[in-house]
Design a binder for this molecule. Structure first.
Ligand code: CAA
Length: 286
């Protein structure tokens, strides 16, 4: 399969990650269609992107005309069939394997046979997702980091049956988005989460072991280990539910005790304390 030239990008799921990816796509000059389940959520994502681009204009990082041009490239829809003309579709929906399998099957029936299908999954297997479609060679992982517009890395994940063309096309898109792409194989947690998830879980266990407050733990890791943000702030940013899910998925696959989510954050997830997005996690947000 020859990979198509990528001109139109689809993003399915416009939560924090999907909206960030759509922002990167329009900033890179791709005509972009973002799909959400309701007009209200699509509108929220559009406003979020417009807001962050305005902040770039305010800070002299982007000209007002560039912002207008970028926003003119962005359309939102609730109808997956509006992605039919996309050369690349990046999935950023809920981390639920069945939901992703269903979506990939639907996408396969809509897009051209040579269009590339990418998943932004953090902890599920790209190979398992690719197995949902009859053309798994066109499926790759494009794993962005939160917040996507600010974090330079994107992991380009090769699944068992990904073609070289699909991997290289995704790599090119990552580069054109201004990211630092790396190539890796489809192993649990890929590169960063394989290391970061157990590390964050260790940090959260230390809260109880050393009887330290979240504020002091964050100070310890920023002032003593040079982290850009402390572990409690970071888990609040990523989302307690997302972190618990990623930990459980890695624990299920690797059976390493450090991968398992500490009971403290499982309880937070069950109580609806999901971090920034819910207004409360380790910290309280406006
Ligand atoms: N989307 C788009 N733009 C955003 C944004 C977002 N979510 N958040 C902030 N910005 C923009 C804002 O316009 C902001 O400027 P204003 O506040 O003036 O409006 C601008 O970016 C700069 O923001 P900050 O001043 O907060 O930037 P900073 O220099 O403090 O750096 C940071 C912020 C890059 C997030 C830094 O703190 C950092 O590197 N933190 C670590 C983050 C990290 O480790 N992420 C990985 C999480 S793990 C993961 O994602 C994997 C997974 O699968 C779950």
């Amino acid at each position: 399969m020859g990979a198509p030239e990528i001109r139109r990008v689809g993003v399915v799921g416009l939560g924090a990650m999907g909206a960030g990816i759509a922002q990167l796509a329009v900033e890179a000059g791709y005509e972009t269609v973002g799909r959400e389940v309701s007009d209200e959520l699509g509108g929220k994502a559009y406003d979020r992107i417009a807001h962050f681009l305005q902040r770039k204009v305010d800070k002299g990082q982007m000209a007002a005309g560039e912002r207008e041009s970028a926003l003119a490239l962005l359309a939102t829809t609730t109808d997956v069939s509006d992605l039919a003309r996309c050369d690349l579709v990046i999935e950023a929906i809920v981390e639920d394997l069945d939901a992703k399998l269903e979506l990939f099957r639907e996408l396969e029936s809509i897009v051209r046979p040579d269009a590339i299908l990418a998943t932004n999954t953090s902890a599920l297997s790209v190979t398992e997702i690719a197995a949902a479609v009859s053309t798994p060679e066109r499926v790759v992982g494009m794993h962005f980091f939160n917040p996507a517009p600010l974090m330079p890395l994107v992991e380009i994940v090769r699944a068992e049956r990904s073609s070289d063309d699909a991997v290289e096309a995704a790599f090119e898109v990552g580069s054109r988005m201004g990211k630092k792409p790396i190539r890796c194989h489809d192993t649990p947690g890929f590169v960063v989460n394989r290391v970061l998830i157990p590390l964050l879980n260790d940090c959260l266990r230390v809260l109880d072991e050393a009887r330290v407050t979240p504020e002091d733990l964050d100070t310890a890791m920023t002032a003593g280990a040079g982290w850009p943000m402390g572990p409690c702030t970071l888990v609040d940013l990523v989302g307690i539910d997302v972190h618990v899910h990623a930990s459980e998925a890695l624990y299920e696959k690797l059976r390493e005790p450090r991968m398992a989510p500490p009971p403290r954050i499982v309880a937070m997830k069950n109580a609806g304390l999901l971090g920034r997005k819910s207004g409360r996690g380790f910290y309280t947000y406006e």
